[in-house]
Design a protein around this ligand. Structure first.
Ligand code: MG
Length: 380
């Protein structure tokens, strides 16, 4: 049972390389399955957002984060009668292009690539599924549907949008992607804000007392204390976080449903033609969510321990880039071949792109090991 404005297989704009349909799976199920079987997906296990992978097994990785995003996305999609398979595919693929070391790694690589078009992780996620995965005889990449690719490309600079053709058009004309893509984006936000609270508390980067200034947190904290006065430790935190997630999800469902009903959209084309998204929080929840994000930015992402790791990450990514860039013979064979090939067709920018692809594909621990192999005479 899908709503008229949901994406369906029949209305899909299809794949870049046409393929025959299969007997037992829909198009977006196939997309999801291709993503789950990709090498980039497996590497998400050892990539992080705020923490570095070796800091502890208790923290989220990009893999568990992506699964949480898919869970939230699917729950909401089912209620709103949107395409669950498409929502799940976008959710599982949304972080595939992330560099090692989260935002610090991404900023460093973007800086390294400044003369050659920069580095954007959303664009890289698309590059992973369009070009870099090597799994099929008949095409490079995973050859996903337009709709999954549209959802993966959450943001994009105008300059890159112009080079992307059909997929870039909405960024130039201020249009929207499908509701499933809008939903995956919000599910991402709900997932990471809440798990950053959870992981941040566990890591001792933030405290319950500090979180009292966050309205959403304070409200649920009070409720949990009143209802379970004797509850202690981790269970207090988990009880608060699960209530925060639940309230945000319920708000998202109800506010989106209301907005959809009021908009009169009858199909995907009408959704795409709009200048603002239809999936989103109610205004009061939007404000509370903004407050939570502001808190995390100020208290957690700028915490000296996070900052220290970010500085180290920047040093590692920058050093790797400059070494490989000045001497591509240091690259392992497959990446070296790629660098030579890209350089023949696009000159220095091609070499730089191949080096960026190699670094972006690294997990946190691989990047650290590669750095040691290049700079530490005792490590081979
Ligand atoms: Mg994410």
């Amino acid at each position: 049972m899908l709503a008229p404005y949901a994406v369906t297989d029949a209305e899909s704009r299809g794949r870049r390389h046409p393929e025959e349909t299969t007997r037992y799976r829909g198009e977006f199920q196939r997309d999801r399955d291709r993503i789950v079987h990709s090498a980039a997906f497996r590497r998400l296990e050892y990539k992080t957002q705020v923490f570095v992978n070796h800091e502890g097994d208790m923290f989220r990785t990009r893999l568990t984060h992506s699964i949480e995003v898919a869970q939230i996305g699917r729950s909401v999609a089912r209620v709103l009668e949107l395409n669950e398979d498409l929502t799940e595919a976008v959710a599982l693929a949304h972080d595939l292009g992330h560099t090692p070391f989260g935002h610090a790694g991404q900023e460093a690589l973007n800086h390294c690539m400044r003369e050659w078009g920069g580095f954007e992780h959303n664009l890289q996620s698309l590059r992973v599924v369009d070009e870099l995965e090597q799994r099929y005889a008949e095409f490079p990449g995973l050859n996903l549907t337009f709709e999954t690719r549209e959802g993966i490309l959450k943001h994009c600079s105008r300059q890159h949008a112009r080079e992307l053709g059909e997929l870039g058009e909405r960024f130039l004309h201020n249009r929207q992607p499908s509701l499933e893509a809008q939903l995956a984006n919000l599910a991402d936000e709900i997932a990471y804000n809440n798990h950053d609270v959870d992981d941040g508390l566990r890591a001792g980067l933030i405290t319950l007392e500090q979180l009292e200034e966050v309205t959403l947190f304070a409200r649920h904290h009070r409720e949990v204390r009143e209802r379970y006065p004797r509850l202690e430790g981790r269970r207090v935190v988990h009880e608060i976080v699960r209530r925060m997630i639940n309230q945000q999800v319920v708000d998202l469902i109800e506010a989106s449903r209301q907005r959809l009903a009021g908009s009169g959209v009858a199909d995907v084309a009408a959704v795409r033609a709009r200048s603002a998204p239809l999936i989103g929080f109610s205004p009061p929840m939007q404000e509370e969510n903004r407050q939570l994000k502001r808190f995390l930015r100020e208290k957690m992402y700028r915490h000296h321990r996070v900052h220290r790791m970010a500085v180290k990450a920047r040093r590692i990514v920058t050093a790797l880039f400059s070494e490989f860039m000045s001497d591509p013979a240091l690259l392992p064979e497959e990446s070296r071949e790629m660098a030579l090939q890209e350089e023949r067709s696009q000159g220095e920018a091609g070499r730089a792109r191949a080096v960026a692809d190699y670094i972006a594909g690294m997990t946190d621990r691989f990047a650290i090991a590669e750095y040691e192999r290049l700079f530490d005479p005792h490590v081979t």
